[in-house]
Design a protein around this ligand. Structure first.
Ligand code: DGT
Ligand code: MG
Ligand code: MG
Ligand code: MG
Ligand code: MG
Length: 283
């Protein structure tokens, strides 16, 4: 490209580069979904169509971006964790975050009619998602990050389930329901649901209670890491040591991720089990 005398303006561009050798978590969150969900009459407290649409859009993002190891979603948010060796866009933060947000938004729009066949989108109320990238130095923090989001899902869902049961099932006004729940702990909310409405919270749909984890089924015959030993599979990931990987190894893992089937799980990701059994999806 011929250089013009205007070319110098380019030197004003500042790229924030994400630290090497760290896990990148990109969290997307629906903009103003309080209003968005009301506009399209999402069922309260959970609209299955809306949650499945989020999952489907996230799955498409994973399909298109093999650097994503796994993703967790709940409510109007989705978090994608990228492998530590990820070199996509030379780890330029703005390129990464904006690409994730726009790819996800495009998929959400494209898939909308499949999940809301009777509800056309309104040009004055279209979905958009903000995004941010957070870096974590080890699997310990990555794991705690996912635990944090799932705990958030649990707390909000228990509250929302109690609130809407009081309003829709108990005939309370929204203010009275808020009053009734003020200062109650989890046990008291469970008790209220059970004693007044015969609802056992633990029998509520698991996707609502646990959110959705998407991982790649990289198989059990040797994990993503070529040097993985048999004993590693039973080892808790937070004690697994990180070691420098060769370019070939990184490429091999990427190919494996690209080919692997994406599995949708609605399970506890706070306890050890998920990270010992399924922990192979991340290395
Ligand atoms: P933001 O993120 O600051 O732009 O604002 P919002 O309004 O998106 O707030 P946020 O992200 O904290 O909360 C998510 C909102 O989306 C919350 O008001 C509940 C709503 N929402 C998400 N999923 C569902 C659903 O399945 N059913 C219903 N009725 N509402 C939902
Ligand atoms: Mg939001
Ligand atoms: Mg917010
Ligand atoms: Mg949100
Ligand atoms: Mg371009």
């Amino acid at each position: 490209m011929a250089k013009s005398r205007f070319e110098y303006v380019r030197t004003y561009e500042q790229d924030a580069i994400l630290l090497p050798n760290t896990y990148i978590v990109i969290r997307l969150d629906g903009r103003g979904f309080h209003r968005f969900s009301a506009h399209y009459n999402f069922q309260k407290p959970n609209d299955k169509r809306a949650l499945c649409l989020m999952n489907a859009a996230a799955k498409q993002v994973m399909q298109q971006i093999p650097d994503v190891a796994g993703a967790y979603g709940q409510s109007d948010e989705f978090s994608f964790v990228l492998s530590r060796e990820c070199k996509m866009f030379d780890r330029r933060e703005a390129k990464l975050v904006s690409t994730f947000a726009s790819t996800f938004t495009a998929q959400y729009l494209f898939l909308w009619p499949e999940y809301f066949p009777d509800t056309p989108l309104d040009g004055n109320m279209l979905p958009s998602f903000d995004g941010r990238a957070v870096l974590y130095p080890s699997l310990r923090e990555v794991r705690d990050y996912f635990s944090w989001r799932q705990a958030d899902c649990h707390i909000n869902n228990l509250y929302n389930t109690s609130f809407w049961t009081l309003v829709l099932g108990g005939g309370l006004s929204e203010q009275d329901a808020e009053q009734a729940l003020m200062g109650t702990n989890s046990g008291e909310k469970n008790e209220l649901l059970f004693s007044r409405f015969g609802i056992n919270y633990n029998n509520e749909e698991i996707m609502y209670r646990k959110g959705t984890m998407l991982i790649r089924d990289v198989g059990t015959g040797g994990s993503g890491s070529a040097s993985a030993s048999a004993s590693e599979s039973t080892e808790s990931i937070d004690v697994r040591e990180w070691h420098e990987k060769s370019k070939r190894q990184i490429e091999r893992e990427k190919t494996k991720r690209r080919k692997a089937e994406i599995v949708e799980l609605h399970v506890d990701i706070i306890g050890n089990e998920f990270w010992t059994d399924a922990g192979r999806w991340i290395s």
